[in-house]
Design a protein around this ligand. Structure first.
Ligand SMILES: [Zn+2]
Length: 315
């Protein structure tokens, strides 16, 4: 096809697209009921958000190749439709960005990367007013295949999770961003309390003497725990929503929820809390997976989806 024909076709497409899109947008502007428009837009947003990047790329490619192959009037109509759908996506993107803004100052997540370089074997009360005490912070487990200590994996994972949440408008605060800290489980919970976190998310990995055991678990305060009565319901809701999202992820083996009344990190928390045991570092293949950035990011995307669902459920 000659260059001038291409230019001609491009001009025809543009001249057709602009008025058609104008008519479409006017029709929507003049919709009888303003809330109908919102509903429609929300549906469009829901449809397009998941495949935003994909459809942007393929949409453009399709337009280019079809225009080149057979420049008939019929295909110009297709081009117009694609141009309009691109516009719809642009609108959807803008709306999503506005929603992100709304969440930004609203929802605070404190992420606690479990453990630290050196365990602190000193004792602290298991909960406010408790006479029973427990080790301040243990050393955690280590990968049987990778040799990686749990405190390194939990920080790697926490930083990925934090970035995923920040992208979606959540305010993220970390209890630690280095390995050389001295923070007991009580002190970590207090960081969440002082920052008035909407959710305290503790990131850990499991270990077992049985190398065959694998899978992700979500730990949540137990119903009969005297210290966590006020946060029991919301913590469970968050834990359940996170678990639901991980179950949708075919790459991740999920075990379920574990109710715990013995964790100082929950007992000292005044804000809804959940703990993710991402998998077993004592299982060689799961240990390797957890050190694979793409697997870890995929897993944490499900966890961030669950957290976003929880933030939306509390609006
Ligand atoms: Zn741990």
């Amino acid at each position: 096809m000659s260059k001038s024909v291409k230019i001609g076709i491009t001009i025809i497409i543009l001249l057709t697209v602009i008025p058609v899109y104008y008519i479409f947008s006017q029709q929507e502007e003049e919709g009888k009921n303003p809330s109908t428009k919102n509903v429609k837009l929300e549906q469009k947003v829901a449809k397009t958000v998941g495949t935003e990047i994909e459809s942007e790329t393929t949409g453009t490619n399709a337009l280019t190749s079809e225009s080149q192959n057979s420049p008939t009037l019929e295909l110009s109509e297709q081009a117009i439709k694609q141009e309009i759908s691109k516009e719809v996506q642009e609108t959807a993107k803008t709306t999503v960005e506005e929603e992100k803004e709304e969440v930004r100052n609203d929802f605070i997540v404190v992420i606690d990367p479990g453990h630290q370089r050196r365990a602190n074997l000193g004792q602290e009360p298991v909960g406010p007013g408790a006479s029973e005490t427990k080790i301040k912070v243990t050393g955690g487990t280590a990968g049987v295949a990778t040799g990686k200590p749990e405190y390194k994996l939990t920080l790697e994972a926490s930083l990925i999770l934090g970035k995923l949440l920040e992208k979606r408008g959540v305010k993220v605060i970390y209890t630690r961003t280095t390995h050389d800290v001295n923070l007991s489980n009580k002190e970590r919970a207090e960081i969440a309390n002082q920052n008035h976190a909407d959710l305290f998310v503790r990131i850990h990995a499991d270990g077992s003497t049985n190398r065959n055991v694998k899978g992700l678990s979500v730990l949540t305060p137990s119903e009969d725990d005297q210290y966590t009565k006020a946060i029991y319901q919301d913590s469970l809701k968050a834990s359940q929503l996170i678990l639901d999202e991980t179950k949708k992820n075919p790459a991740v083996k999920v075990n379920g929820i574990s109710y715990r009344g013995d964790l100082s990190g929950f007992n000292w928390s005044k804000v809804p809390s959940t703990l993710i045991e991402m998998g077993f570092m004592s299982n060689p293949s799961e240990d390797k997976h957890l050190s694979d950035t793409s697997y870890l990011t995929n897993l944490l995307t499900s966890i961030s989806d669950g957290i976003i669902n929880y933030s939306n459920s509390n609006k």
